[in-house]
Write a protein that binds this ligand. Structure first.
Ligand code: SF4
Length: 66
């Protein structure tokens, strides 16, 4: 999924963003929507800032590279 423009990203409250993640074994760092380019991580669909140890309801585990 391409990254949405900043103005179209979801607010943290809308997606129940948690920092740190309270969902054991699930966090932005292993979500398929995280973008780890540049100095701080971003999410394709959720407003900045996000952290690799956060979580939201849009979490979807990245497929493991084979
Ligand atoms: S858990 Fe939510 S905020 Fe974090 S990378 Fe995935 S979709 Fe984005």
């Amino acid at each position: 999924m391409p990254e949405l423009p900043a103005a179209e990203k979801a607010a943290h409250r809308t997606v129940k963003y948690e920092y740190p993640s309270e969902h054991m074994g699930e966090a932005c760092g292993d979500c398929k929507h995280v973008i780890e380019k540049g100095s701080s991580p971003r999410c394709e669909t959720v407003a900045n800032p996000i952290f690799l140890t956060g979580w939201c309801v849009r979490y979807a585990r990245k497929e493991k590279k084979k």
